[in-house]
Design a protein around this ligand. Structure first.
Ligand code: NOJ
Length: 552
């Protein structure tokens, strides 16, 4: 293996780089700790950029690093145009951008437009100014219902459990689709619109190359009186743009105006929408070229380790994207879901969230199965057309930390569901860089979430140079992908076996994924396999990229 990045070339003014990029998500508090306070930070990220260049990623997406009271891991923001002092300064941010660009890595930042922190100056002002004040109009305040106004204005449920309304203490209630510390903004207010357009410019002027838009489908709401009932959040969306809260038609007009902001820059800035809704044709509308250009397609992430599930979500995604002209995205893991190595190793009928709530007891997780399937799925994803989003630590094959003690949990989901759901901390545990030492090389001291002992075996230092490791597989795959991936061409090839998926890309290379428990023949010359073996057969639960033999 090589940690050298001498071959890295600085970023070039390519307008379409994001259409086929590998974008690595960094959850800043858990990536690398530069000052030894147990919290990851921008200097830590900067120090590890060579690692990312050697890994071969095209861009990094930074989850929020803005000032935040951390009611929701940084997605509760008090200033959208600054850096949290615990994570560094704007100058540190500029260094990250400059160094990354020199190494050929682009920067995507998170924009969180649905809500602010309850400690954002606008919300503090709104609470102080009282009912009927102009300051309240930037948010969604309403009178309570019931004889004495002690009932919430509507039955809306928060994503984190409980009501989506909180009493302001003066007769009014405010709406928060997430934690109560995350009041929703009123997107009918011109100041709100202007604030976010200027925020996009603020970061674009600082050199960022793109934006990931948080809860992109929620900004437009039907707030007409009387407030409409919201039956059950995402589970029963009408899928026609008429839901009062989600995926309304009007939201697209906001993104058409943002596109004009992106196009003020040369090259234009890219954007990707996060829309956590049931996947339908409407999901892909956000990726239209005159809107954001990309939308996370979570259907692959939601699919289980099963050939038919993978085949059908891939088929749909490619078809839908070709109809609207957006660029495809694939995701297997993120800071919001249990890591894919763990998901794939559990029996298909396991209730994942109940398993987590029980600290991972009850069903034994087989690490070898996790490793095999996670690698195979990753190799398959990296062979698909479009761009792939990786989540930090997946290149190490990390498993979910299922047994974090309750007292260490930080995700509001745990508290708001009364402990019924454990929340998302298990995939946010700070990364292991070395097999030993304090916090496994994450920083000079501890880490804000406890790391399990087994993290040492997954450390970067333990895997570097080991040809059979997950890290070296990712490095090889990203390097080879650069030379192979060309257009968005894709075609299924009949494998003759329902447990084997086979597809072809342009320039004569193909991918074979074996879901079965037996070896299968590789119909050509192997280039790279998830097991490292380049023999004529493919092991059970493995994937291979290969050049097909000429038809006889
Ligand atoms: C989606 C983010 O990915 C998640 O982490 C966050 O809790 C919610 N949006 C609210 O901002």
């Amino acid at each position: 293996m090589s940690t050298s990045f001498a071959s890295a070339t600085p970023v070039t003014p390519d307008r379409d780089w994001w259409r086929r990029a590998v974008i690595y998500q960094i959850y800043p508090r858990s990536f690398a700790d530069g000052d030894g306070d147990g919290i990851g930070d921008l200097p830590g990220i900067r120090s590890r950029l060579p690692y990312l260049a050697a890994l071969g990623v095209d861009a990094i997406w930074l989850s929020p690093f803005y000032p935040s009271p951390l009611a929701d891991g940084g997605y509760d923001i008090t200033d959208h145009r600054d850096v949290d002092p615990r994570l560094g300064t704007l100058e540190d941010f500029d260094h990250v951008v400059a160094d990354a660009h020199r190494l050929g890595i682009r920067i995507v930042v998170d924009i969180v437009p649905n809500h602010t922190s309850d400690q954002h100056p606008w919300f503090v002002e709104a609470l102080e100014a009282g009912p009927g004040s102009p300051a309240r109009e930037r948010y969604i305040f309403r009178d309570g219902t019931g004889p004495d106004g002690s009932e919430p204005p509507a039955d809306w449920r928060s994503h984190f459990g409980g009501s989506a309304w909180q009493r302001a203490g003066d007769g009014e209630w405010y709406c928060h689709l997430f934690a109560r510390e995350q009041p929703d903004l009123n997107w009918d207010h011109p100041e709100v619109r202007a604030y976010f357009e200027d925020t996009l410019r603020f970061w674009a002027d600082r050199g960022v190359d793109g934006f990931r838009i948080d809860v992109a489908h929620s900004l437009a709401k039907d707030l007409s009186h009387p407030l409409r009932s919201q039956p059950n959040l995402d589970a029963v969306l009408p899928l026609d743009g008429t839901d009062p809260l989600y995926d309304r038609e009007e939201v697209h007009e906001i993104y058409r105006s943002w596109r004009k902001v992106f196009d003020e820059y040369d090259p234009p800035r890219m954007a990707v929408a996060e829309t956590w809704t049931p996947t339908s044709s409407r999901t892909y509308l956000y990726a239209r070229p005159d809107e954001l250009g990309q939308v996370f397609d979570f259907s692959l992430l939601k699919a289980q380790w099963h050939p038919e599930q993978f085949r059908s979500v891939i088929t749909r995604s490619i078809r839908e994207h070709s109809q609207i002209g957006g660029a495809m995205t694939w995701v297997l893991s993120s800071h919001d879901v249990p890591r894919h190595a763990t998901r794939y190793a559990l029996p298909l009928d396991t209730d994942l969230y109940a398993w987590l709530a029980g600290d991972g007891r009850g069903v034994e997780l087989d690490e070898a199965t996790a490793r095999r399937r996670a690698r195979a799925a990753t190799l398959m994803m990296l062979a698909l057309p479009g761009s792939a989003y990786l989540y930090q630590g997946e290149e190490l094959g990390l498993l979910e930390v299922a047994d974090l003690p309750a007292e260490s949990l930080r995700d509001p989901v745990f508290e708001r569901t009364g402990g019924e759901l454990k929340g998302r901390d298990g995939c946010r545990v700070p990364l292991p860089w070395t097999s030993g030492g304090p916090s496994f090389g994450f920083g000079a001291d501890g880490s804000w979430l406890p790391q399990p002992d087994w993290f040492g075996a997954y450390a970067v230092s333990a895997q570097s140079g080991d040809r059979g490791s997950s890290l070296e597989l990712y490095r090889s795959a990203l390097a080879l992908r650069r030379t192979l991936a060309t257009d968005d061409d894709f075609a299924w090839v009949e494998s003759g076996d329902p447990e084997v998926l086979r597809f072809a890309r342009r320039d004569g290379w193909e991918c074979l994924v074996n879901f079965s428990a037996r070896e299968v023949d590789v119909p050509g010359r192997p280039l790279l396999s998830s097991t490292g073996d380049l023999g004529p057969t493919l092991a059970p639960e493995a994937a291979v990229w290969f050049v097909p033999s000429a038809p006889v």
